[in-house]
Write a protein that binds this ligand. Structure first.
Ligand code: CUA
Length: 337
């Protein structure tokens, strides 16, 4: 009994997962596992039957006193036809079932598919979300999905990078990220992820930190949770302050504030850090942390000389993330000599 339990734990039976596989969490996982089961069981049955028969005959026909050697038959048409046709039939069954599921895996549905970009590089993953209904562009470190929605991943790696491959075991899918080329992979999650998320691995050896090129996949019930997940992740935490500031500038500020000295809708950031800021009311204040922070949260508090009041700027407030954002913006401003 214990043996049977142990065996069933090793075999991929049912959606709950097994020793081999995590729970079936995408629309193609059941098909993948069925093909795996089928081939595995065929192998087990034939292995046991053939080895069993071999052992049995070895014992049965062993050399012993009082026994005469029997003549081995050289030909048996019925037997030979049987052992040719039965494996052929089994092979065809495996072929058609696996082809059906392979086509299912590589053919995205035509309706309502959400496209996202995946970039693999030494040694991190970037998932880009943009457009409706998210509003804005987010570069996430983890993959965020809604249960039941179909996704089309457009995957690549930078030109000067190396080959990587995205593998999501819970979805039973895998696709290469090739430098300078685009690959596609579609999937539809059908189960919510555990709180820590499903695993996502790089499964192509890509250098030193290949083994650390792992991240998480989150599957949410609702669109609101999904958007919240993307926004929380896309908050640039993983970058150093200068890069983070640059990304924040590109994402939030660049339409109004240049970094090359030219005035836009608002004053340029170039060469301003550490100087004195002349204000529209004739006063002067240091261009420092206090000035920057105040100007982001309350654009009307200090209007720069040459700009009209009220300010055209929408106040930015990243709430609990404010420190992270200001830290990045200020670090970036310091580099704009
Ligand atoms: Cu990227 Cu291994």
């Amino acid at each position: 009994m214990i043996f049977v339990q142990g065996l069933s734990n090793l075999l991929p039976l049912g959606r709950a997962g097994s020793f081999w596989f995590p729970p079936q969490s995408s629309s193609v996982a059941a098909g993948h596992d069925f093909v795996y089961d089928l081939v595995l069981w065929l192998c087990i049955i034939f292995f046991v039957a053939i080895c069993g028969a071999t052992l049995y005959f070895m014992v049965k026909y062993r050399k012993r006193p009082g026994h005469k050697e029997e003549i081995t038959s050289t030909h048996n048409t019925k037997l030979e036809v049987t052992w040719s046709l039965v494996p052929l039939a089994l092979l065809m069954v495996v072929f058609f079932i696996s082809t059906y599921w392979y086509l299912e895996m590589v053919t995205p549905p035509e309706d309502d598919i959400y496209e996202l970009n995946v970039t693999a590089q030494k040694w991190r993953w970037t998932f880009k979300y943009s457009g409706e209904p998210i509003g804005g562009t987010y570069f996430c470190k983890e993959l965020h999905l809604i249960k039941g929605q179909a996704y089309q991943a457009v995957m690549t790696a930078p030109d000067n990078d190396v080959l990587h491959s995205m593998f999501i075991p819970a979805f039973r899918i895998k696709q290469d990220c090739v430098p300078g080329r685009y690959n596609r992979l579609w999937f539809r999650p059908i189960e919510l992820s555990p709180p820590e998320g499903f695993d996502l691995f790089c499964t192509e050896y890509c250098g030193d930190s290949h083994s650390r090129m792992i991240t998480k996949v989150h599957v949410y019930e609702t669109e609101a949770e999904w958007i919240a997940g993307i926004k929380k992740d896309g908050d640039l935490k993983g970058l150093n302050p200068e890069d983070r500031g640059k990304a924040i500038h590109a994402q939030f500020c660049s339409t109004c504030h240049t970094v090359d000295g030219k005035a836009g809708t608002g004053p340029s950031w170039q060469g301003m850090w550490g100087t004195e800021r002349k204000l529209a009311d004739g006063s002067v204040m240091p261009y420092d942390e206090n000035y920057v922070r105040k100007s982001v949260l309350e654009p009307n508090a200090h209007i720069a000389e040459g700009f009209a009041k009220p300010s055209a700027m929408t106040p930015f407030d990243w709430g609990t993330e404010n420190e992270l954002y200001f830290d990045g913006i200020i670090a970036y401003m310091k580099t704009l000599k």
